[in-house]
Design a protein around this ligand. Sequence first.
Ligand SMILES: *Cc1c(COP(=O)(O)O)cnc(C)c1O
Length: 397
Amino acid sequence: MAHNPRQAFRTRAVHAGHGLDPATGAHATPIYATSTFGYGNAARGERLFAGQEEGYFYSRLTNPTVRAFERKVADLEGLDDAVAFASGMGAVSAVCLTLLQPGDEVIFVAPLYGGTTGFLHEVATKFGVVVHEAADETAMDALIGPRTRLIWVETPTNPRLNIVDLGWVARSAQAAGALTVVDNTFSTPALTRPAEHGIDLVMHSATKYLGGHGDAIGGVVAARADLLAELRGVGLRHVGASLGPFEAYLFLRGMKTLPLRMAAHCEGAQALALALKGHPGLKTVLYPGLPEHPGHEVAARQMSGFGGLVSVELESRAAAMAFADELQLFTQAVSLGDVESLICHPASTTHALLGEEALLRQGVTPGLVRLSVGIEDSADLIDDVLRALDRVPVAHD
Ligand SMILES: *Cc1c(COP(=O)(O)O)cnc(C)c1O
């Protein structure tokens, strides 16, 4: 179905990217479980390979189920096209391996997802790429130079939910002739469309909110047509982290309810943050929807809701772990964006390998926990959290 900007986001979330299956009239997009596609005749095979005719010939490159998912993401992000990958990290590596060459410089506004930072520092540098880390937008501006090729940001960031000003990043990059990448996993196009702020490439771990049900791993990148063709021709074709049609089907299904789920996540997170604010067992409540959050003003400008993640800081590592153990509705697990609520203690799990200095710099304190608020009734979630906080033993030292 063609992009129709006159239709509202909720309508496009349901309809964009697919129509009735041309072969059978199937209403739901079929799972095209096939590796290869017959050309029909030798001359058509030649045209397909030469790129003179559009069509499917091998599922590492394109598959009809995957294509429907890609089209839906492109439509919702307001960009020309998208390309899907087997994971968020597949998307990250394809973007870097496609767009960077020796001598190029990458600047990222810290923190980024640990895997992305790991790829930049441990893989991209092997190919002669220079990687710079900036603490904020001002530090980013100071690092921009003639070799800057890519600027990479994430907003809100993990786990303190810092907000990065996308308009600022896009303006600085454009002035320097650099490309911008936004990892939009935490916000989703239901809340922020980075392209509207001038960002070039928008990527996702579809594993999180796009899928929304915690049942599939995948990634996707949306961009304008010329960049996308390069990504598909190099990053997908030669690196090969292609999304399978089964996962694409789950993501398509999940994305139809993305706006409804995001509204419920935002409502639950806002209610939880307000209920926890000032609680004597907590040192801090971090949520971009609270007016005292340092990123609140920028978030209010560039997001249409403040997201489903809330981070809170308890007195100590022991208190944080006891709190997590007392919760009943929040599953202790990594990942986020599922309909079920999840809780993660970054210092002992996702961020455990960072040195003490890096933990401190990123504000990953021993008492910090990150809550991914699901779509359960917010009163039940608040009850669960308050009850767990009541049961955390008070330290006597
Ligand atoms: C999970 C995540 C990734 C990596 O995605 P995978 O699907 O796990 O490979 C990248 N960026 C962010 C912000 C994430 O949360």
